[in-house]
Write a protein that binds this ligand. Structure first.
Ligand code: SF4
Ligand code: SF4
Length: 378
């Protein structure tokens, strides 16, 4: 009976546009538990994840008598076709691929709700609990066990069909579905992702130091530590480097879902207008994207750092406005940093002017460092 139901569910998942589905036993994730404990001890955790390691690794704490976990994957596009090009005076930033289109949490949740409704109709007593990203269970550990793809050295799940460009979600159930077989790693001796990581965040194959990972750092709200600023490039949210260099992703670009097609001006926006954007504008333009979940401040801070990457002199007036008038020390101090990177007489004069009035110690420090960068004598 369960074998037939599994097949019906697989068929239904295809009907509703789920690109891949797999089934796993709901046993505790002991290997993951060990890894997470080690991650915490080493100080590698990001702090965004569920704090309770037991809950993250023991499905029995999330539901009475769980018997299986259904894992799903939706493939997303990897190419920005027809994207506007940045140029001198019109520099652009970039949101990572997982932020293109509608917030994937919503897209996946809708699919999982459809699966739930399907199962409920077949088995009215079924117990189900669906999760996407922010749920207790690790999407990747579940996907690996369910045979969706292999757990790769870049810490992503790689599917042979769509590469690692897949969103993952899962549903815990009390139905004893027959589990699928996990996939052997196909990374072999390749180390391209580890070698390409700009901040050496991939400590060893399969382990990530989130505190050094640009994808995490773009989401923080405080000052970005100086050692990472130069590595940010024009990234506004997230980092795709360890995925784009991966040979398994070569040529993978899936356009199966209309809601995932990126709005080009939003995922690659002009940097300067972001600096003076109101909360309302931010919500209207970026609110539907997953990359907006931390609000306007980190995106603006990253836009300021991206202008340092380009050393864009035409943005000096906008940066000076931030330096003198923005109520947020992080924005004033980061603007000082970028002005220092751009350099020149006007930059120096703006920094001296700000130094006379600035009262926040950290910002004063940033202004002094920026003046030092220009070569000014204090
Ligand atoms: Fe390194 Fe970027 Fe991958 Fe993080 S997302 S591990 S910073 S390449
Ligand atoms: Fe594995 Fe190489 Fe891809 Fe890294 S770049 S995930 S080592 S195949």
């Amino acid at each position: 009976m369960y074998r037939q139901l599994k097949q019906e569910l697989i068929d239904y998942s295809k009907e509703i546009g789920i690109d891949k589905i797999g089934f796993a036993a709901a046993d505790p994730f002991l290997e993951l538990k060990q890894k997470l404990v080690q991650q915490q001890e080493l100080g590698y955790a990001s702090g965004f994840e569920e704090k309770d390691i037991e809950k993250r690794t023991n499905p029995a704490l999330l539901m009475d008598s769980p018997r299986s976990i259904i894992a799903i994957a939706l493939a997303y596009p990897s190419k920005l076709e027809g994207a506007p090009k940045g140029k001198k005076g019109e520099r652009r930033g970039l949101f990572c691929r997982a932020s293109w289109g509608e917030d994937y949490h919503l897209v996946l949740r809708r699919k999982l709700e459809q699966l739930e409704a399907f199962l409920k109709e077949k088995m009215p007593d079924v117990q189900m609990k669906s999760m996407v990203d922010t749920g207790e269970l690790s999407d990747r550990a579940v996907a690996e066990r369910a045979g969706i793809g292999w757990s790769a050295k870049n810490c992503a799940i790689i599917t042979p069909e769509f590469g690692s460009y897949v969103y993952l979600g899962e549903m815990l159930t009390n139905i004893p579905f027959e589990p699928d077989t996990p996939m052997e790693s196909q990374c072999g001796t390749c180390t391209k992702c580890i070698d390409a990581c700009p901040t050496s965040a991939l400590v060893q194959g399969g382990q990530l130091n989130s505190q050094r990972c640009i994808a995490y750092l773009t989401q923080t709200k405080d000052f970005l530590p100086e050692e990472f600023r130069k590595h940010l490039g024009n990234r506004l949210y997230g980092c795709d480097t360890c995925q784009t260099v991966c040979p398994a992703n070569k040529g993978k670009h899936t356009l199966n879902h209309e809601e995932m097609i990126p709005a080009l001006e939003e995922v690659k926006p002009l940097l300067e207008p972001l600096l003076s954007m109101s909360n309302k504008e931010f919500k209207e333009r970026f609110g539907a994207m997953s990359g907006s979940w931390r609000g306007k401040k980190p995106i603006q801070r990253n836009a300021v750092i991206a202008l340092a990457h380009f050393r864009e002199p035409s943005s000096l007036p906008a940066l000076a406005a931030l330096l003198h008038n923005d109520p947020r020390p992080v924005l004033r101090g980061t603007a000082a940093y970028t002005i220092g990177q751009i350099g020149g007489i006007e930059a120096e004069s703006q920094l001296f002017k700000a130094l006379e009035r600035e009262e926040d110690e950290t910002v004063v420090d940033e202004i002094k460092k920026a003046l030092g960068q220009i070569g000014s004598v204090l």
